[in-house]
Ligand binder design. Structure first.
Ligand SMILES: Nc1ncnc2c1ncn2[C@@H]1O[C@H](COP(=O)(O)OP(=O)(O)OP(=O)(O)O)[C@@H](O)[C@H]1O
Ligand SMILES: [Mg+2]
Length: 505
């Protein structure tokens, strides 16, 4: 096999902390190499070194057998390397097509931008991805899944020899993942080489030829995917043999008080007459395709969107239901609601704040002593969350931008837990979380429910919905298409309601 990229004894240190240790691996032309490892294992760092975003502390790279220096991303692009980053690099105030061509604009002979050509090509690319996003839309108005597709289009537009994708599927549902995989197979047939990072072992098995496992910055193995099963990969990742992805037993709350009751909620063009109820201490799931309205519904309840009709009622301490008007998120928080957004980067964490500052952002008043913040209490709480979720960070003083994606997500989850909500909405809570840490989050959600906290889980991962929730609403095109309980919570029935298509076994 002709080698496209050679990684030779690459190490990387950040202020004395080693995050990659002597990693060597070769990648052949036209192969799809999976790259997997726990949160903080060093995947994104390795990718950024290949793309010139970071320089290695030692070691070297080869492109088609020749030593190559890649001082920056522009050089990487010239060498035929492009990347879909884990955290989006899009500019919110620009349109979709402007973002796609940013830095690679087409110009007319006159030197002016060839906007029609760029619009046309961008539209074509998005159509191939089956993502109906208008090329003239502002990026700020897109959902995370749509932003993801824009990032993918942007990388594809460069027609690279080596396309590196850092967790491109985290925000996508099964359908969209399939579309992306089809596209990847086409590219592969055209001789394009790909590196694909995912925490979903099934995806690695489905699309990759080989898989590289990193653990704590060390290369553990490089295997043909046909030679290993999902469990083998997980074991190599976590370095233990007792790996099993298990969900805690389900909690039945059929007889419990309804704490949140939504009747005929509508938002013009987005939601039509949505009604549902949430019981005390239950784990309620919301399934559906991207764009089916699950996030918009949560945002409406949180006062982030104006509703055109409908009644939201909350139970008071005496369990009487009272209709409430929630006009802004602060009011929702005051009423005991919490919302972990699916868009942790856009609507969640503060990149420049350190760990304690991010965690206590909303619950800060609990830490005030007069005019001062009780830093000791804040720090103790932070350490507790670091321990509970095994958050990997060299120091709690680090700004969040220096944490790996999965660890940022854990901090964001901690923030909402620290508000001690009575109703917690979790929108894609395990986005970017490795298989091992997922289990801890599931256990934790389960514990919350046992304490009587009502958890409303929105997830595109069917496995998560099926394993965790005792009742599931399935949304389709802005409406509730079905409500499932007990043994009806299975893949076929959920997909039937989500798409209207019946899948016969
Ligand atoms: N610029 C930086 N400064 C300091 N530390 C950093 C920096 N970038 C990454 N790190 C640290 O390097 C380690 C590896 O991070 P990396 O982002 O490569 O992990 P990852 O394998 O991609 O994890 P995830 O699955 O969560 O995305 C982490 O401990 C992270 O905190
Ligand atoms: Mg990463």
């Amino acid at each position: 096999m002709e080698e496209i990229l050679g990684i030779e004894k690459i190490s990387k240190e950040f202020s004395g902390v080693r995050v990659l240790n002597d990693v060597s691996v070769g990648i052949g032309r036209g192969e799809i190499m999976g790259l997997i490892g726990e949160n903080g294992a060093g995947k994104s760092t390795l990718i950024k070194i290949i793309c010139g975003v970071y320089q290695p502390s030692s070691g070297s790279l080869r492109i088609q057998g020749k030593p190559a220096a890649i001082p920056d991303y522009i050089t990487a692009k010239k060498l035929g390397i492009s990347m879909v980053p884990q955290e989006f690099n899009l500019i919110n105030t620009l349109t979709v097509y402007e973002n796609i061509f940013l830095g690679n604009e087409f110009r007319l002979k006159s030197g002016l931008l060839d906007k029609p050509k760029m619009r046309r090509l961008a539209a074509k690319q998005l159509e191939e991805l089956r993502m109906p996003v208008g090329v003239n839309h502002l990026v700020s108005r897109l959902s995370v899944a749509e932003k993801q597709m824009v990032e993918i289009s942007k990388a594809l537009m460069l027609h690279s020899k080596l396309l590196i994708m850092d967790e491109p599927t985290t925000t996508l549902t099964g359908h969209e993942v399939e579309t992306l995989f089809n596209l990847m197979r086409d590219l592969k047939n055209q001789g394009v080489t790909m590196i694909f990072v995912s925490h979903k072992l099934g995806e690695i098995k489905a699309i990759c030829n080989r898989v590289t496992v990193l653990r704590d910055g060390n290369l553990i193995s490089v295997d043909e995917v046909s030679q290993v099963n999902e469990e083998d990969i997980a074991r190599k990742m976590i370095g233990r043999t007792d790996f099993r992805q298990i969900f805690p037993p389900k909690i039945n709350r059929a007889a419990d008080t309804v704490v949140l009751d939504v009747k005929d909620l509508s938002i013009k063009g987005l939601l039509n007459n949505v009604s549902f109820s949430l019981r005390k201490g239950e784990i309620l799931g919301f399934a559906g395709l991207v764009g089916s309205g699950r996030t918009e519904l949560a945002e409406a309840v949180m006062g982030l969107r104006q509703i055109s009709a409908g009644i939201i009622s909350l139970a008071d301490k005496g369990a009487r239901k009272n209709a409430v008007q929630i006009k802004k998120p602060a009011a929702a928080v005051e009423l005991g609601l919490g919302y972990l957004s699916e868009d942790r980067q856009g609507k969640g964490i503060v990149q420049g704040f350190n760990l304690p500052q991010n965690i206590t952002l909303i619950s800060l008043k609990e830490y005030l002593r007069g005019m001062f913040i009780n830093k000791k209490a804040e720090l103790e709480k932070t350490k507790e969350y670091i321990k509970t979720f095994r958050i990997a960070a060299a120091s709690y003083k680090l700004a969040l931008r220096y944490l790996s994606g999965g660890n940022q997500q854990k901090i964001y989850l901690s923030r909402w837990l620290d508000t001690k909500p009575s109703i917690l909405i979790l929108d894609e809570p395990t986005r970017g979380i490795d298989v091992n840490a997922k289990q801890e989050i599931y256990e934790f959600v389960h514990q919350l429910a046992e304490q009587g906290i009502s958890c409303w889980v929105i997830s595109s991962e069917l496995e998560e919905i099926i394993g965790l929730c005792s009742r599931v609403y399935v949304m389709k095109e802005g409406s509730v298409a079905g409500c499932l309980e007990g043994s009806h919570i299975n893949e076929e029935e959920i997909m039937f309601h989500a798409t209207g298509i019946s899948v016969c076994p």
